[in-house]
Design a protein around this ligand. Structure first.
Ligand code: SF4
Length: 346
């Protein structure tokens, strides 16, 4: 990302005018709100309004409620983009699609190296690693799988393994008894029903023990090149913050978000969103003040907005800044201009 753009992105206010001009959206958040409030206050002072008759007010409120209820039924379309960003302005379906795709383009610039963070060399290793990643970090799984695959390199080997030995290897990933059962069970199913090969179809993958739609899409997208949306905890949180959907069930989120993007973008979109959730838009303290997509985000302000404090919340991979191919955007640097601290256990 060019240095100027990076600097603008780091400061949401600095990037707002350009971003809004390009997107056709009102300028971002604080500035707009302040201006609008000041204007309103002046207007009020200059021409005090007569109180509207009670009946008329009640009628107006009922009409507004009906419109809101109707919009709510249609998911997010027609709802205000954000309380602060566009007071009272509804976002059309077209505007939502444009904003969603723009966020994805911005994320692609920020995370050009986005990839599945689990280490694997073949579809079997990926499906096993994805099952093991439940309730733990990818880092922890990556520390565990080399020993597992060294001892049991094929589905046949793992299907015939002694569960106690596998449990010992998997202990650091948590829920190791259930995970042992799943990986041995899925290896047996691969051997007995699929000739020892991981199937490349969703309907077959979800039949394997411990494999749900999320795991299946990870495997399809990353081992078979078939587009899929991975709705993990980060994905769910971020798409709701961005008002891409108000659905709460993974299947419905998958369908709603899938409808905003061409199928060919689904897999990389999933990586971008998950990368952003892990590094900047955290569950408890999103680093809004250091977030390059703040001008496009209706939830700006949900986290820390002070740029200095926000930078301290950023999380990075072990070994330093991962995007060495590009100039590091300023958002990735700490106050002293050094790569921000490594991504810790999450
Ligand atoms: S909530 Fe904050 S950190 Fe998350 S995307 Fe929006 S502006 Fe960025």
């Amino acid at each position: 990302m060019p240095a100027k753009k990076a600097a603008d992105d780091v400061n949401p206010n600095a990037g707002k005018a350009a971003a809004d001009k390009a997107s056709g959206k009102p300028a971002v958040i604080g500035a707009v709100t302040k201006k609008a409030t000041a204007k309103k206050a002046t207007a009020k002072k200059a021409a005090p309004k007569k109180p509207a008759p009670k009946k008329a007010v009640a009628k107006k409120v009922a009409a507004e409620k009906a419109v809101t209820d109707k919009a709510a039924q249609k998911d997010v379309v027609g709802k205000p983009v954000a309380g602060k960003a566009a007071v009272g302005k509804a976002e059309s379906r077209t505007a939502l699609v444009r904003r969603a795709r723009r966020i994805n383009r911005e994320l692609a610039e920020i995370y050009p190296y986005a990839h599945p963070e689990l280490d694997f060399e073949n579809p079997f290793q990926l499906v096993v690693a994805t099952v093991l990643s439940a309730q733990t970090t990818d880092l922890r799984v990556n520390q565990t799988t080399p020993a597992l695959f060294a001892a049991y390199p094929t589905p046949e080997d793992l299907a015939a393994a002694d569960p106690e030995r596998v449990e010992e290897i998997l202990r650091p990933t948590g829920f190791f008894r259930a995970k042992t059962k799943s990986v041995i069970g899925l290896s047996k199913a691969l051997v007995e029903e699929f000739g020892g090969e991981v199937p490349g179809r969703l309907e077959d993958l979800v039949k394997l023990p411990g494999v749900g739609r999320k795991t299946a899409f990870v495997v399809l997208g990353n081992a078979f090149g078939r587009p899929g949306i991975t709705v993990d905890t980060h994905f769910q949180r971020l798409v709701r913050r961005w008002r891409w959907t108000e659905q709460t069930e993974p299947d419905k989120i998958e369908a709603a978000v899938g409808a905003l993007f061409p199928k060919s973008e689904w897999t990389m979109l999933s990586h971008h969103v998950i990368f952003h959730g892990r590094r900047i838009c955290h569950a408890r303290k999103p680093a809004c003040g250091a977030c390059p997509i703040a001008p496009l985000c209706p939830a700006y302000g949900e986290g820390e907005t002070d740029p200095e404090k926000a930078r301290k919340l950023l999380k990075y991979e072990k070994g330093g800044f991962p995007g060495q191919r590009l100039n590091p955007p300023q958002a990735y640097l700490d106050a002293g201009g050094r790569p921000a601290p490594p991504l810790g256990a999450e």
